[in-house]
Design a protein around this ligand. Structure first.
Ligand SMILES: C[S@@+](CC[C@H](N)C(=O)[O-])C[C@H]1O[C@@H](n2cnc3c(N)ncnc32)[C@H](O)[C@@H]1O
Length: 365
């Protein structure tokens, strides 16, 4: 998985030829309102932190800068003072992939008659960095966020055979790539299964994301005070490693088709796996990151005011077709069949925990 996705020689994500929009869409590429709503959450985080003069937002795995653009624009419209403090860094292995103009409206540009010149040059407000993870950053005050990053971390596959945990390895035989079961390559694999107290039946197959540990260490080291916002598909461990998923959740995407075979289209297809949010929270806790919110994306976006944007859409005077096109795209963000069941996790470090994040309120006013 590491090689297929990230090898400098033809990995899916490291290849400049890969245009990921040809293979899958994501929430930020579905509609810019996703970024506008996250901007609202970031503004509240800035207040919680005491309105520091520099509020870093580090987006990891930004691909192009679709999300960055909509967040930076929205922050300006919403609160120029916050926008002054905002220092946005977009990190990716390949940060400048070709972007196509979105066919959807960007409320921050179209609800007002006058477009402030700042907006025309918004790209220059985003600091694009080509890097692997967060190693180059420290003393960050603000928020580290990422959408659909962790599901792309390489996983180890395991199987329960004769009551024992075995790892699924890959070898070459006359018939091509062949899976073989053997002792796990790392004691951390059975350790994680034991930590999660999973009871798995004979023949069960699943995946363990060991990269979460190193990633959490990076987050903790980089963030001095502030928040981490993880958005991805996945679930708590008890749901993820349930009997329904007894063949694992690894899946590949090639030209918008879901493919179960990772041994074809090498370097030409995405390989992904559902995220174990229990491990993210528990390992986070070991590294001083406190869970301050965990919810579904549809709830998160609704609490941040998606309905206000849906109402505004009706008043913009767009053609009925364009209004409907936008409405449908916005609704994909909260539709359970699309992105609505994605999970959003907020963690905090170095702050007094006396706040109630807007996107995670249990009893909103
Ligand atoms: C599924 S894409 C998501 C893109 C974007 N966040 C979105 O939601 O549209 C995952 C992105 O994460 C990047 N990526 C994965 N691991 C990374 C790492 N350790 N450091 C930097 N970028 C990484 C990949 O290159 C890819 O562009």
């Amino acid at each position: 998985m590491q090689t297929c996705l990230y090898s400098p020689r033809g990995g899916f994500y490291s290849s400049e030829e890969t245009n990921i929009k040809r293979h899958f869409t994501t929430s930020p590429t579905s509609h810019p309102v996703f970024g506008s709503l996250i901007a609202r959450q970031l503004e509240q985080m800035w207040h919680v932190l005491g309105e520091p003069p520099i509020f870093h937002v580090i987006e990891v795995g930004s691909a192009g800068d679709t999300l960055a653009q909509s967040i930076v624009r929205s922050c300006y419209r919403m609160n120029p003072r916050f926008s002054e403090a905002l220092y946005y860094i977009a990190i990716d292995y390949q940060p400048c992939r070709v972007q196509f103009p979105s066919p959807f409206i960007d409320f921050e540009l179209e609800t007002e008659d006058e477009i402030y010149p700042y907006h025309n040059d918004i790209g220059s407000e985003i600091h694009r960095v080509k890097a692997n993870g967060l190693q180059a950053f420290q003393n960050v005050v603000g928020c580290i966020l990422y959408n659909e990053l962790i599901d792309n971390f390489p996983v180890h596959r395991f199987a329960i055979q004769n009551g024992r945990i075995q790892e699924v390895f890959v070898t070459l035989s006359d018939s091509g790539f062949t899976e073989v079961l053997d002792e796990p390559s790392s004691p951390l694999i059975p350790q994680r299964i034991s930590d999660l107290e999973l009871s798995l039946t004979e023949g069960y197959r699943g995946e363990i994301n060991l990269a979460i540990e190193d990633w959490t260490a990076q987050l903790s080291k980089t963030l001095s005070s502030g928040f981490i916002l993880t958005i991805d598909y996945g679930d708590t461990a008890s749901e993820l490693y349930s009997p329904q998923n007894n063949q694992g959740t690894l899946v590949c995407y090639n030209r918008h088709a879901a493919i179960s075979d990772p041994y074809q289209y090498l370097g030409k297809q995405d390989i992904t796996c559902q995220v174990d949010f229990t491990s993210l929270m528990e390992i986070g806790h070991q590294y001083g990151l406190t869970t301050v919110g965990y919810t579904k994306q549809n709830k998160f976006l609704e609490l941040l005011g998606l309905s206000s944007f849906l109402n505004t859409l009706q008043t913009l005077g767009l053609s009925p077709a364009r209004t409907e096109l936008n409405r449908i795209a916005m609704m994909t963000l909260v539709d359970s069949e699309e992105y609505g069941d994605f999970k959003v996790l907020a963690q905090a470090k170095g702050i007094e925990l006396e706040f109630d994040l807007q996107g995670f309120r249990v009893n909103p006013p």
